[in-house]
Design a protein around this ligand. Structure first.
Ligand code: FAD
Ligand code: SIN
Length: 538
């Protein structure tokens, strides 16, 4: 395939960008590829909503900016925070024009929710299924756009650069260019070249490197791993956000069901096994302190009591009030025998969001030419050391828009002519000498080991010894997996394992570099902040 604009990922970042370039350039072709179904994304599972200053009587840009900076614990790029907060309002209005519906009061004003770290009510939501509604609206709009081709079940294996033309590329290179991607077409099991003038990576998060995560199975950090292999810049990977309140269901593997922070915003109270509302002992903002603080407090309470969960108390809400805002959570809890009007909800922290990722500038440009990144896979400078709740959907829309603006200007250069002969220049994928895997179980066992070691040694509370152990174990997994990769026909499972090992390595390496506790990176070996503010760039 050959295209003007290539988009990897069909979540909020990928689809917003695709719609914008397609509408602005009706004569150009846009291809979107996604590795499973079109809506199977982190976006679909977003619950709480999207933060935005909509009520200027009570709220202001300054307050939203201040809350974001406080949560980010000194590492946010202030210029980027201002951009996202201020431009975010236009992006919210745009997705509303594309058909997304947010809950409203009877007088027509938006119903605004509150989450940890926010000083005001400013979260627009669609009940407790906001992401599903936004994803629906975007997919509907994409389906109407004639110059967008959306290909599902295409697994992108690597981005194509000069490396594939036979040139040696080192980390010091500043002229690496992206010509498109190699992607495994899962309906034919063949790797195809997709050659593109401009490519956007919108591959989402990496929660699957942990045993317990709110992220769906697709969140394996593929984009970050691809860029790292292509010698692009990655930053701040140590800042993995653990959501304080994933539903605790013993024995359930894979994705944990989220109990949105908006439940605490509406008055939900965390209690330990003695029934004590413990958050007041940790922070004056109690249950609505930023996520890093709440997750660490829960971790501490669980360690003291020797338990695997704490509880969220919503018994005082009354059924009507709870169901009005959180019908999905109500049904889910009921389905496992928890009536929230009578019972406490068992909850525990789970890996939720990657604050770091592919380093971009303020137009979503990566360190690789003609390659943009937006959404959770990108590190734009907004989140710093800890993301403020509900700033992620907002950031994805703002940076999809900024990348679109820049990419469309790029298209005016001769870049669109350089690829005329690319099909001849860029070699087909080579898989001579590889065979089908003898035992897929070797891959699944390694995935299990990886998740276990990351949860045991690189969780909410870290130290040097734990990180060293994690690195030693990763080293072995890396060697074994690379050997397997060289002799095996590629499959999504093997590629994801390889990508997750790379991402885990980047998380541990970045954590080892940071000799301080800051935001989401908390280490008992360096409890204080360092006086030097710096990102960890790999
Ligand atoms: P995603 O929506 O995850 O999309 C990634 C896409 O990339 C998918 O289509 C996937 O198939 C594709 N992809 C990945 N790798 C490949 C590959 N190798 N080849 C082809 N395709 C690939 N944020 C908020 O702001 N507010 C919230 O209320 C909120 N709630 C959340 C609740 C949950 C349970 C979760 C998990 C996250 C929540 N977040 C929330 C975070 C937010 O949802 C995500 O950060 C955001 O949706 C990410 O969007 P994205 O477009 O970057 O990626
Ligand atoms: C939630 O609804 O609690 C998640 C919000 C977010 O991750 O921003």
């Amino acid at each position: 395939m050959q295209t003007d604009f290539l988009v990897i990922g069909s979540g909020i970042a990928g689809l917003t960008y695709a719609l914008k370039v397609a509408q602005a350039c009706p004569n150009k072709k846009v291809i979107v590829v996604t590795k499973t179904q079109s809506d199977e994304t982190n976006t679909k599972y977003a619950q709480g909503g999207v933060a935005g200053v909509m009520d200027f009587n009570k709220d202001s840009f300054d307050k939203h900016i201040a809350d974001t900076l406080i949560a980010g614990d000194g590492l946010c790029n202030k210029a980027v925070v201002e951009i996202v907060v201020k431009e975010g309002v236009d992006r919210i209005n745009e997705i509303i024009e594309w058909g997304a519906q947010f809950d409203k009061e009877t007088d027509g004003d938006f119903k605004l929710g509150k989450e940890g770290g926010h000083s005001e009510f400013r979260i627009l939501h669609h009940k407790d299924v906001t992401g599903k509604e936004m994803e629906r609206a975007l997919l509907d709009a994409v389906a109407k756009q004639k110059n967008i081709d959306l290909h599902t079940h295409y697994f992108v294996v690597d981005i194509i650069t000069q490396h594939h033309l036979g040139y040696l590329i080192t980390k010091a290179a500043t002229d690496v260019e992206c010509y498109g991607v190699y992607a495994l077409n899962l309906s034919t099991n063949k790797i195809e070249k997709i050659i593109s003038s401009v490519t956007l990576l919108a591959t989402g998060g990496n929660g699957q490197v942990y045993r317990s995560t709110t992220n769906p199975a697709i969140a394996t950090g593929d984009g970050v791993a691809m860029v790292y292999r292509a010698k692009g810049r990655i930053e701040n990977m140590e800042f993995i956000q653990f959501h304080p309140t994933a539903l605790y269901e013993p024995g359930v593997r894979g994705q944990s069901f989220l109990i949105t922070e908006a439940v605490r915003g509406d008055g939900g109270i965390l209690r330990n096994h003695n029934g004590e509302a413990f958050m007041e002992r940790y922070d004056e903002r109690k249950d609505l302190a930023p996520r890093d603080i709440v997750a660490r407090a829960i971790d501490n309470e669980m360690k003291i009591a020797g338990t695997e969960n704490v509880f969220l108390d919503c018994r005082h809400f009354g059924k009507e009030k709870f169901v009005e805002h959180f019908p999905n959570i109500y049904e889910k809890c009921l389905s496992i025998g928890i009536d929230i009007t009578k019972h406490l909800i068992p909850v525990a922290p789970a890996a939720h969001y990657s604050c770091g990722g592919i380093k971009t500038d303020e137009y979503g440009k990566t360190s690789i030419k003609k390659l943009y990144a937006a959404g959770e896979c990108a590190s734009t400078g907004l989140h710093g050391a800890n993301r403020l709740a509900s700033n992620s959907l907002l950031e994805a829309m703002v940076f999809a828009h900024r990348a679109f603006k820049d990419a469309v200007n790029l298209s005016k250069d001769e870049v669109f002519n350089t690829l005329k002969n690319a099909d001849n220049l860029i070699p087909d994928w080579k898989d001579e000498g590889t065979t089908s895997p003898k035992e897929m179980i070797l891959i699944t066992q390694s995935v299990k080991e990886l998740k276990l070691l990351m949860s045991d040694y690189v969780g909410i509370v870290r130290n040097n010894e734990r990180l060293r152990r994690a690195m030693n174990r990763l080293d072995l997994l890396f060697t074994e997996t690379e050997e397997l990769y060289k002799k095996t026909i590629v499959s999504p499972q093997l590629c994801e394992l390889r990508n997750m090992i790379t991402v885990a390595y980047l998380i541990v390496k970045s954590a080892q570099f940071r000799h301080e506790s800051r935001g989401l990176h908390y280490t008992t070996d360096y409890l204080q902040h360092s006086s030097i503010l710096q990102n960890t760039i790999l």
